[in-house]
Design a protein around this ligand. Structure first.
Ligand code: AMP
Ligand code: MG
Length: 353
């Protein structure tokens, strides 16, 4: 699914490691902060838990590691597995009993896609594939031919053609192919937070390279989150999160290649079949990570002119959008929370969301 984003939130990692180092030995004492690294969705995730004993923290880490491995297998669009079987059935025009491991994610994705006017559309897996963004080792390559893009767009691949009756899935458009790359990580992080709560953990952060959800506090202090400057590895802004909130960013710097001097990134506008134009990054804050993840992708595609409308439709209350010219767009509530770390020439503040 998604791939490592090595630069973001390094300071969170450093903080985490520092606290882990400072803690030293101790066995069943309640420790202020414990930090773990997990492998999930082809990226390194960080789990930090506060105020629990070492045994409980270790159990949480192991549970999450297992859960994420399971989710990664279940939702991989191009490896054999439950989603692979669904995609094969769609291609063959067969109805299939959707596996329980995929069904809830499919249902919620249908709803989020509808609310985004299908700008976020996990049914466009074939377009992602045509551009080569499904490859785990993405090398520079020639973009697809215009006629191939146009032919596929003319077949309107979309999750809207995928009909669920109970748990039976049918799709009368064989051009559709599910790829949960834009929402799976968010959904997975929500499930991880649920698990932590079941285990009695109330203060924790699950962070996948800057896409995260935090609950409670960091020993009485808010969690401090950095937002990357899409122009380089530096920090664009900081913000504080406490209580229960997810922060997700979609950026053109995450997966891309350059061919003959032209830059191509992985967020595809389903209307054109090409990388969305005009946006460099979008950060969304929302109570749940699934919605935040899908919305960050949708608003990236909506771009500077249409993000406000789509955000309202999706029920999003905090947005920061940086366009490809470096102009910054946000709503007033976001402006209140964000601490810019560098001078910005042009800031457009929208009406309240
Ligand atoms: P994100 O980083 O969450 O914005 O997700 C981007 C990933 O989602 C890409 O690498 C593709 O696998 C997939 N994707 C690209 N464009 C779209 C889209 N318009 N709707 C849904 N998924 C998409
Ligand atoms: Mg997303």
């Amino acid at each position: 699914m998604n791939h490592p984003r090595p630069y973001r939130f390094r300071f969170v990692i450093v903080l985490g490691m520092l606290s882990a180092i400072l803690l030293g030995g101790g066995c069943s004492r309640q420790l202020p902060s414990q930090y773990f690294r997990l492998l999930a969705f082809g990226t390194i995730m960080e789990l930090e838990v506060i105020g629990v004993d070492r045994q409980k923290a270790q159990a949480a880490y192991q549970t999450l590691q297992q859960d994420f491995q399971f989710m990664h297998k279940a939702w991989h669009a191009w490896d054999p597995g439950p989603l692979g079987r669904i995609n094969q059935a769609i291609a063959d025009g067969r109805t299939i009993a959707a596996p329980p491991s995929v069904l809830p994610l499919l249902r919620i994705s249908q709803e989020l896609a509808r609310k985004s006017d299908y700008l976020f559309d996990p049914g466009i897996g074939r377009l992602v594939e045509l551009w080569g963004f499904h490859n785990s080792d993405l090398e520079p390559h020639a973009p697809p031919r215009d006629e191939d893009i146009e032919a596929l767009v003319a077949r309107h691949p979309s999750i809207r053609d995928m009909k669920l009756e109970g748990f039976h899935l049918s799709c009368d458009n064989p051009a559709g192919k599910l790829d949960f790359g834009a929402v799976g990580k968010g959904y997975g992080i929500d499930r991880a937070i649920e698990r932590l709560r079941e285990m009695g953990i109330t203060d924790a952060i699950v962070n996948a390279g800057g896409d995260l959800r935090a609950i409670g506090s960091r020993a009485g202090n808010p969690w401090r989150i950095a937002i990357r400057d899409p122009d380089g590895g530096s920090i664009f802004a900081l913000l504080s999160v406490s209580g229960d909130e997810a922060v997700f960013t979609s950026g053109n710097y995450e997966r891309n290649f350059t061919w003959k001097g032209k830059f191509y990134h992985h967020i595809i506008d389903p209307r054109t079949g090409r990388p969305a134009v005009g946006t460099a990054s979008v950060t969304v804050l929302h109570p749940d990570a699934t919605t935040a993840d899908a919305a960050a992708t949708a608003l990236f595609i909506a771009g500077p002119d249409d993000w406000y409308r789509v955000a309202r439709q999706m029920g999003i209350k905090y947005v920061l959008l940086i366009d490809t010219e470096g102009m910054v767009y946000m709503n007033p509530a976001m402006q209140k929370r964000i601490e810019l770390q560098k001078p910005v020439q042009d800031i457009h503040i929208s009406e309240p969301l």
